[in-house]
Design a protein around this ligand. Structure first.
Ligand code: HEC
Length: 204
């Protein structure tokens, strides 16, 4: 890939990230034990974590692509090694993960509840509606779900095998992730969700 194409991809990515992060979040329906302002606080707190993590991931990914090409960068779409994620999570007493209904890494498989949210967002996108985040609450924790939408940067690793992903990248992905389900995407589709698990802060 040449340098100008890379710059375009990077620019496109950042523009769409800004658009995604400018969307007004709204509370999900199944919020139970917190009051409305509490819910909004957690929704925003979780959103800040998701946005920061996504930014750092995109930065690592684009730097790696520029440095060594797509094949080399494949190992950088992993959030485990992100220092910011770790420190932010600690600071805010939160746990961050990324899951999908079509995971590349089997450890990122969505559970039943996450799957229900993913389905609701997919049908919202299909109808041209906004992909709103959602929080659910129990006695001692609040869980926030935040959509992860594809843009052109993603396609070289998550796009169409014939047109977007090189043979070399496909081989590398296949060797690292033999049960990969994360291809065939186009732009503006739901690739997965951030799941931010926040411990409730006691008010006493
Ligand atoms: C250079 C290749 C590459 C690019 C570009 C890339 N990814 Fe990935 N993606 C991967 C790999 C490899 C994994 C598996 C990471 C792991 O082991 O946790 C992955 C995993 C994910 C996951 C976690 C769920 C799963 O499938 O395991 C999401 C969500 C995701 N990518 C979204 C994106 C989005 C959105 C973009 C574009 C902004 C993107 N990726 C760009 C290679 C890439």
């Amino acid at each position: 890939m040449n340098k100008s194409l890379i710059s375009i991809l990077i620019a496109t990515f950042f523009v769409s990230t800004v658009i995604i992060s400018c969307k007004e979040p709204s509370a999900g329906k199944d919020v139970t034990k917190t009051n409305e302002s509490d819910t909004t606080n957690y929704l925003l707190k979780g959103k800040a974590i998701a946005t920061e993590t996504q930014k750092q991931l995109a930065k690592n990914l684009t730097e790696a692509i520029t440095k060594g090409g797509t094949e080399y960068a494949i190992q950088f779409c992993n959030i485990q090694a992100l220092p910011l994620t770790d420190s932010m999570a600690k600071q805010l007493n939160a746990n961050i993960k990324r899951v999908s209904d079509q995971p590349r890494n089997i450890n990122n498989s969505a559970n039943e509840k996450e799957m229900a949210y993913i389905q609701s967002i997919k049908s919202a996108i299909e109808k041209g509606e906004t992909a709103n985040p959602q929080v659910t609450s129990s006695d001692n924790e609040v869980i926030g779900y935040y959509p992860i939408i594809t843009n052109s940067l993603c396609l070289q690793c998550h796009g169409n095998k014939n047109t977007d992903i090189t043979k070399e990248s496909q081989n590398k992905i296949a060797s690292l992730y033999p049960s990969d389900k994360a291809t065939g995407y186009s732009i503006n589709q739901l690739r997965g969700i951030w799941v931010i698990n926040m411990k409730k802060v006691s008010k006493n």
